[in-house]
Write a protein that binds this ligand. Sequence first.
Ligand SMILES: [Mg+2]
Length: 136
Amino acid sequence: MKKIVLIDMDGVLVELGDGPFSVNKNKKGFFLNNKPIKGAIDAFKELSKKYDCYIVTTPVWSNPHCWMEKRLWVEKHIGLEAKNRLILTHHKNLVKGDYIIDDTKNHGVDKFEGEHIHFGTDAFLGWHHVLDYLLY
Ligand SMILES: [Mg+2]
C-alpha cells in the first residue's frame, strides 16, 4: 500500500499574492487567481507516482468564495491528477496520513499523527528539497 502524503495549499502549492493576507483573504477571486509556487505542480505529479497524495487546506471561514475558489484552482493548475483529492478542514490532525507538507503548525498540523515536513524552513526551503527527502 502506498504511504499517504497530505499537501497544504497556501504557501506550499499556492503563492499568495502581494499585500496583507488579512485584507486579501476576504476578496472575491483572490484564492482563484494566485499562481502556483515554483516547482509545486510538477512535484505534486512526481509524488503522486509513489504516494497517495491529498490536498489538505484550511479555507477562510469569513469568505465562502474561498471554498469554491480552492476547488477551481486545483482543477485549473493540477487537473485530473488531483480530482477528488481536495480536503477542506480546520482540523488537519483528523486526516490520516504518513506525512503532511505544510508551511505552518496551524489548524492541527502540530497534532498530526504522521511526520510534519515544515515547508519554507531551512531543511525544506523549496520543492526540490521536499522531493529529495521523499523520493530519494
Ligand atoms: Mg499554508
